[in-house]
Design a protein around this ligand. Structure first.
Ligand SMILES: NC(=O)c1ccc[n+]([C@@H]2O[C@H](COP(=O)([O-])OP(=O)(O)OC[C@H]3O[C@@H](n4cnc5c(N)ncnc54)[C@H](OP(=O)(O)O)[C@@H]3O)[C@@H](O)[C@H]2O)c1
Length: 427
């Protein structure tokens, strides 16, 4: 049986779980993967104290691991972009394969790293960078290789899905739901990149590179966070037959690729709407075949370690076709695809206001598919003369919806900002 010699940089949550699983399941990995995975060198800043298994060869200088001639593969599990990039480049230049769980690194520097890897004839595995233990990268680059992907829509951030689930299922407010996520170890002490959508946008850019052959180009992804979601929106969405989820979305329409990550209303008829708590799911729709949906744990040390080890086994067995940027044919455009929209407006309780709103929609040639206006009820003092009106529109591009909102907000009968979310109901 072949042996793959591994150097690991970073023994935190994921690095520790990789060592645990390799220690616990060697026979399973050998019988199912046909390879013996041998850890020959570990880089841990705190040295041996960070590594329980004292049999391992542990060094404190991570660069020593990356430059080692003893290893076949460097496993980078420190996170961040600066040192991680340096370690990965060093290993590749030295003719070593790389496995990483680092979405920030791949989303921002994927192209240069894959170019270098191609030149050096080595592989980069990054299954763990998107959806943790759920093998969505494998699905895209292997299982669906015969298909043209039309779009993908995914819940790729467990922290925000947990918060939205708590808010909609238990009426918990945002701050309490976030605190609960932190207490359960589902959210970082600083959860900014989860809450503002950065994490999901990085993952979306990685999926887009595989699905649509665009460069790894996180900067071209448009995104927003769940801090825009108000409990009132969750209630109206439910009344209209939708759940609000944070959806990473990519599509190829008329050879134009758009990639985004926003809070989005998802039809309750779709599987994605049922994905609760910290779970992840990805719906990939291909021409001729339609949708396939992948569901599972999107983070956590053990699921992420499972993906890292799967990459190691694949590398031992020959790896994958190159992700080199030379083959990239499209670019992500800033123009975004069209979606039906949810709009919530506070409208002054005056005759003719709804007719005026309808005419603004008609002027932009946008249909109104549903409209809810409940009887006036007790509202905060500054909104007492208004009634909330919720409208579901037909499909509208980003450019036209911005124009519509500007026109609505200029009406004297509407005195607060218009709230707007996309709707995903495609199958
Ligand atoms: N945790 C998850 O569920 C999950 C899921 C998917 C992907 N990932 C990705 O996996 C990677 C690792 O995540 P993690 O959760 O295992 O992080 P973590 O628990 O913070 O572990 C990172 C490890 O790297 C070490 N490290 C970081 N910067 C270093 C530096 N400059 N020099 C030396 N050592 C350094 C840390 O050492 P110290 O202990 O000395 O600080 C720590 O041992 C990240 O890219 C993350 O995005 C994580």
């Amino acid at each position: 049986m072949k042996t793959l010699k591994i150097g690991i940089c970073g023994v935190g949550n994921v690095g520790g779980a990789v060592l645990d699983t390799l220690n616990k399941n060697p026979e399973i990995i050998q019988s199912q993967g046909g390879v013996h995975l041998e850890v020959v060198l570990v880089g841990a800043r705190k040295g041996k104290a960070a590594v329980e298994n004292k049999q391992l060869n542990v060094v404190e200088d991570l660069k020593e691991v990356a430059a080692s001639n003893e290893i076949d593969v460097l496993v980078e599990l420190i996170g961040g972009c600066d040192l991680a990039k340096e370690l990965v480049e060093t290993a590749i230049k030295n003719g070593k394969h790389v496995v990483t769980a680092n979405k920030a690194l791949i989303a921002s520097h994927g192209d240069e790293l894959f170019k270098l890897a191609k030149e050096k004839n080595v592989q980069i595995g990054f299954e763990a960078s998107v959806a943790g233990g759920t093998p969505v990268i494998k699905a895209l680059r292997e299982g669906l290789v015969a298909n043209k992907v039309q779009w993908f829509a995914g819940i790729l951030n467990g922290t925000t899905n947990f918060i939205l689930s708590e808010m909609s299922d238990k009426n918990t407010n945002f701050d309490d739901a976030l605190k609960q996520a932190q207490d359960l170890g589902l959210a970082e002490a600083d959860p900014t990149m989860d809450i503002d959508g950065t994490d999901a946008a990085q993952k979306a850019s990685i999926l887009a590179a595989l699905a649509f052959k665009v460069p790894f180009d996180f900067k071209s992804v448009s995104y927003g966070g769940i801090d825009q979601v108000d409990p009132e929106d969750l209630k109206y969405a439910a009344e209209l037959g939708y759940a609000i989820k944070h959806i990473a979305y990519g599509s190829l329409v008329d050879e134009e690729v758009s990639v985004s990550a926003y809070p989005t209303l998802v039809s309750k008829e779709l599987l994605l709407s049922q994905v609760g708590q910290q779970m992840n799911a990805l719906d990939i729709c291909c021409e001729d075949m339609g949708s396939t949906v992948y569901y599972g744990p999107g983070a956590g040390p053990k699921p992420t370690a499972s993906a890292v080890i799967a990459d190691l086994v694949d590398i031992a067995n020959g790896g994958w076709p190159s992700q080199d940027s030379a083959k990239k044919v499209n670019k992500i455009t800033k123009k975004t695809a069209s979606f039906p929209r949810y709009l919530r407006l506070n409208v002054k309780n005056e005759p003719g206001a709804i007719a005026k709103i309808s005419s603004i929609f008609a002027n932009e040639d946008i249909s109104i598919e549903a409209l809810i206006q409940h009887e006036a009820r007790k509202l905060p003092e500054d909104l007492q003369d208004t009634v909330p009106v919720v409208i579901i529109s037909g499909s509208v591009s980003e450019e036209i919806i911005s124009k519509l909102i500007t026109n609505l907000e200029s009406m004297k009968e509407i005195d607060t900002k218009v709230r707007q979310f996309r709707i995903h109901n495609a199958v």
